[in-house]
Ligand binder design. Structure first.
Ligand code: ATP
Length: 361
């Protein structure tokens, strides 16, 4: 029998529902890998509440050192609001990781699954969200935070938009569009935030000139929110700054069925991190009912990204196996509570893992 090829992937469970959904992603990816003569060595690293006791910090140096050596990893959600007070004002673990590894692109596809009730069953969009600046106080300054309180009654927030970062995410969006519907919508608010989101729009339009095969148009973010609800099928790839992208991707995910099903990766040109669009969902944590589809879709995206970058078809087939297995499981009527089903997180995950074997990749 031939030796299985071994590849290392990082895994950080995180907080809230993380320890319930991330192990499901590990099991499903391992099952898919076994069908492709691959074996993943899971490199576990501590993050969040579980790290504070033994390491005295939610993001230990040993975790960052482990990630230094890896191309890809799965990050569970973190719930920094639940950390002891001394850690709450610090950079969140996710932001620190994104900053350290320059994960500038947050790619968030939203598509309805067959048989799952959705407000917009035909929606099929990808949001390319700039991930390194904007109004995000946790990542737009080298030192200190981008928020200030000169008096107890006045709060200021700095929004950072740079031409380089805007062009970088625009390129990602246009490359994505070339593999899909060849249509990019630039989302901004340049009628009000003329200089900042105006610069974002202009930088994206500069990049658009390099992709004459892709149709480009633009929308103000508020109109975009309305149009996503009214005419979701008019859109393909949306490129936008950080905060707008965060909000629009939650909207698009819910239109497609459930926020719990939305996958996402954060990537640079050399590293990718699977991280579901949703947060730690503390309201349902510990009950075994969380929907693992979002983290499974994220894991598949990460493997596809890796396969593309390494020119490794087996990884791409692994990703397809996971996607098909999730679709088949949902189509068979197995669902978690957020979709009106009765399957636990683990039961749903076991069904998906089993389906990876019989799924034509
Ligand atoms: P963050 O700002 O960290 O992204 P959030 O404020 O957007 O977090 P979430 O933690 O994503 O909030 O939760 C929003 C709602 O969606 C909650 O009611 C939560 O229970 C639900 N939810 C989120 N993820 C899932 C999931 N995987 N399965 C089921 N429900 C989920």
């Amino acid at each position: 029998m031939s030796e299985k090829r071994r590849l290392s992937i990082g895994v950080l469970d995180g907080d809230g529902i993380g320890p319930e959904i991330v192990p499901v992603a590990v099991d499903v990816a391992s099952a898919a890998a076994a069908c492709e003569d691959l074996e993943f060595d899971w490199v576990r690293a501590a993050l969040g509440v579980e790290a504070i006791g033994p390491h005295g910090t939610p993001l230990p140096d040993s975790t960052l050192a482990a990630l230094d050596a890896l191309d890809v990893w799965i990050l569970g959600p973190h719930d920094s609001a639940s950390y002891p007070q001394e850690f709450r004002n610090a950079l969140t673990p996710g932001a620190t990781i994104r900053k350290r590894f320059g994960l500038y692109a947050n790619i968030r596809p939203c598509r309805a699954y067959q048989g799952v009730a959705a407000t917009a069953p035909d929606i099929d969009v990808v949001i390319a969200r700039e991930n390194s600046e904007g109004l995000y106080a946790d990542r737009n300054m080298k030192v200190g935070s981008g928020e200030f309180m000169p008096t107890p009654d006045i709060a200021l927030a700095v929004g950072v938009i740079t031409r380089d970062a805007s062009r970088r995410i625009a390129r990602e969006a246009f490359r994505l569009a070339q593999q899909r519907g060849r249509h990019v919508t630039i989302v901004h608010k340049a009628n009000v935030l003329r200089l900042s989101t105006g610069l974002f729009r202009d930088a994206c339009l500069e990049v658009a000139a390099e992709y004459p095969d892709v149709v480009v148009d633009e929308q103000h973010v508020d109109a975009m929110a309305a149009l996503l609800v009214r005419r979701p099928t008019d859109f393909d790839v949306l490129v936008t700054e950080n905060l707008f992208g965060d909000i629009l991707s939650d909207l698009a995910a819910e239109l497609a069925g459930s926020l719990g099903m939305a996958g996402s990766i954060n990537c640079s040109d050399t590293k990718a991190m699977a991280q579901a669009s949703h947060g730690a969902a503390p309201d349902i944590a510990g009950r075994g009912i969380a929907d693992p589809v979002g983290i499974l879709a994220s894991t598949a995206m990460m493997l596809r990204w890796w396969g593309d970058h390494r020119d490794d078809d087996a990884l791409i087939r692994c990703a397809s196996r996971i996607d098909y297995a999730v679709e088949a499981t949902l189509a068979a009527g197995i669902r978690t509570a957020d979709l009106g089903g009765i399957a636990s997180t683990r039961e749903f995950g076991d069904a998906v893992a089993a389906a990876t074997a019989c799924t034509p990749a």
